[in-house]
Design a protein around this ligand. Structure first.
Ligand SMILES: Nc1ncnc2c1ncn2[C@@H]1O[C@H](COP(=O)(O)OP(=O)(O)OP(=O)(O)O)[C@@H](O)[C@H]1O
Ligand SMILES: [Mg+2]
Length: 327
């Protein structure tokens, strides 16, 4: 079935999002200041799927909140769909769809009631409203759950309902904060295909995700950010080519004996993430031969996994740490 809920805006030449020097500082009474977003520059073209990647605490949600007008920036300039923020919040919200990081559906209402209440915020005409909402339910594969209470839905169903709700006003820009976190593989694939449909209709998508396969699959362009700043921007393929060697050999459970592998550093770039060592290289055959030559000096044979480099490697290289402390 084909659906058409987004509004195509690709003919408009202004970017969907244009942020210059955007800052957000939180002041704590006892802890001092947190600079969550730090002079962030962002340009999201229309009609693309744009990703915002970064470790926990990098400032992604805070950035989205400022774009959505739910949190005023401390400084900097911001234009959404050619409108100025702060100032044009009401006009901007009428053109936006929002899938927040935490579900904020009303658990006591039914699926259809949730959609009706949300529709009333936009003052949509009653004529044809039911047919429109039924189409949205079909889009979200929730037709048979129409009268069910939201509380009784699974996590994946709630996520799909939140997406359906975000499309009620035929938004030009849909902002999704970790739309597939906690979903099973089937639910993720369903949501991806819905997002691909929306993009094909010309709707601009701006999403955050911690799933690198998701970002690689969906995003035409993305930024990797950390400490509230953009570290780099490009298509997934461009970022991979720019930041990492084409092949990765993972040596599992080798971190504790990393000194035995130190001689590989000239063969490629040797990095440690968690309990594994990662050898990033242009010549994997040479690298594998060198690793095999080390085998007689090791207590146990190495467990090797070889694969082409991906966005996860870019992420690890750019953001540098295994685990974000304090996030
Ligand atoms: N309302 C708030 N008051 C004080 N500090 C906040 C507030 N919201 C966010 N922060 C701080 O701002 C920083 C960025 O948080 P943010 O939620 O934007 O990160 P994130 O990139 O979305 O992380 P995650 O991937 O975990 O969702 C963190 O240090 C966080 O503790
Ligand atoms: Mg977040």
């Amino acid at each position: 079935m084909s659906h058409c809920f987004g509004r195509s805006t690709t003919t408009d030449s202004t970017p969907a999002v244009l942020a210059r020097g955007l800052c957000k500082t939180f002041k704590h009474k006892t802890l001092g200041e947190t600079v969550a977003v730090d002079r962030l520059d962002l340009c999201v073209p229309r009609g693309v799927c744009f990703g915002l990647l970064g470790p926990n605490g990098a400032g992604k949600t805070t950035t989205l909140r400022m774009l959505l007008g739910t949190m005023p920036p401390s400084s900097g300039s911001l234009e959404i769909l050619g409108l100025t923020m702060p100032g044009d919040e009401c006009l901007v919200r009428a053109k936006l769809g929002i899938v927040p990081q935490a579900d904020n559906l009303d658990p006591d209402l039914s699926v259809i009631q949730n959609l009706r209440v949300y529709a009333s915020f936009f003052g949509l005409p009653h004529q044809n409203l039911d047919a429109h909402l039924d189409q949205l339910l079909a889009f979200a594969n929730l037709t048979d759950r129409r009268e069910h209470q939201v509380e009784s839905l699974s996590g994946g169903m709630k996520r799909r309902l939140t997406l359906a709700r975000a499309l009620i006003n035929a938004p030009e820009l849909v902002v999704l904060d970790e739309p597939t976190t906690g979903l099973d593989p089937q639910a993720r694939h369903t949501l991806w295909s819905r997002l691909e449909e929306l993009k094909a209709q010309g709707t601009t998508l701006l999403l955050t995700t911690h799933y690198m396969d998701e970002a690689e699959r969906l995003c035409d362009e993305l930024v990797v950010m950390d400490h509230g700043r953009v570290l780099d921007q490009g298509s997934p393929q461009a970022l991979i080519a720019r930041h990492v060697e084409p092949w990765v050999i993972e040596i599992r459970h080798a971190a504790a004996v990393a000194q035995h592998y130190a001689c590989l550093d000239g063969v490629g770039k040797l990095e440690q993430h968690g309990s594994s060592l990662f050898l990033y290289t242009h010549d994997r055959h040479h690298a594998l031969t060198r690793i095999e030559a080390l085998a007689p000096t090791l207590v146990a044979p190495p467990i090797l996994l070889q694969r082409p480099a991906g966005l996860e490697d870019v992420f690890l290289r750019l953001t540098g740490r295994d685990l974000r402390e304090g996030a």
